[in-house]
Design a protein around this ligand. Structure first.
Ligand SMILES: [Mg+2]
Length: 212
């Protein structure tokens, strides 16, 4: 059985929350921010969904930081990706799929620096294609990014989409006819309109489902 498996990146293949909190701890330290800054900045971050421009505008105003938004952004994009890592179990699971002739693509919404996260986490050699929304000009849940991933893998758009976002990964995958696995991270599914085909706590669990 061979096929195509598309994986989201942040909080799916890699632990974005852990990397963000490492970055944030250093940031708060470096700028000597008050102790409640950790919680406040985490809130402004909106799990990474707040645009980085607005994110730093709010931080700059709230904590009266001298650096310009451009300087803060440049520093962020240079430093933040270096905090990412993939665990050994995730890498083993991806290798298991590819050993059975599955093709794997990363389908992620975000800036071109998403590529640096994959590089730092040693994931580039473990996948066949990487599709980044701001590089392609089309993002999840639109069909175009899924179609491009399949094209780059040389496979028809049929198989699985695995991700932690209900509205981007699960809805997006479902709309192009993929089966879906939701990375639940101890949350319960709350959309009545559709459900993922399966839920998983880890990539190795997701791969077990795919291969079952
Ligand atoms: Mg995600």
């Amino acid at each position: 059985m061979t096929g195509l498996a598309l994986f989201d990146l942040d909080d799916t293949l890699i632990d974005r929350e852990a990397a963000f909190s490492l970055w944030l701890t250093e940031f708060v330290d470096e700028f000597n921010l008050p102790s409640d800054a950790l919680a406040i900045i985490s809130r402004i971050d909106m799990n990474g969904y707040a645009s980085r421009n607005l994110f730093f505008q709010e931080i700059k105003e709230m904590f009266d930081i001298d650096e310009t938004i451009e300087e803060l952004l440049a520093r962020y994009f240079a430093e933040y990706p270096s905090f990412f890592e993939a665990d050994a179990e995730t890498i083993r699971a991806l290798r298991r799929l590819r050993a059975l002739d599955w093709k794997i693509a990363v389908v992620t919404n975000g800036p071109p620096t998403q590529m640096k996260k994959l590089e730092v986490a040693n994931l580039l050699d473990e996948v066949d294609a990487v599709c980044i929304s701001e590089v392609l000009g089309v993002g999840k849940p639109q069909a175009g990014i899924f179609e491009e991933a399949a094209r780059q893998c040389g496979r028809p758009l049929s198989g699985w989409m695995i991700g932690d976002s209900a509205s981007y990964d699960i809805v997006g995958g479902h709309l192009v006819g993929l089966r879906t696995i939701w990375m639940h991270h101890d949350r319960s599914w709350d959309s009545l309109e559709l459900s993922p085909d399966a839920v998983a706590a880890s990539i190795s669990e997701a791969v077990n489902i795919i291969l079952a």
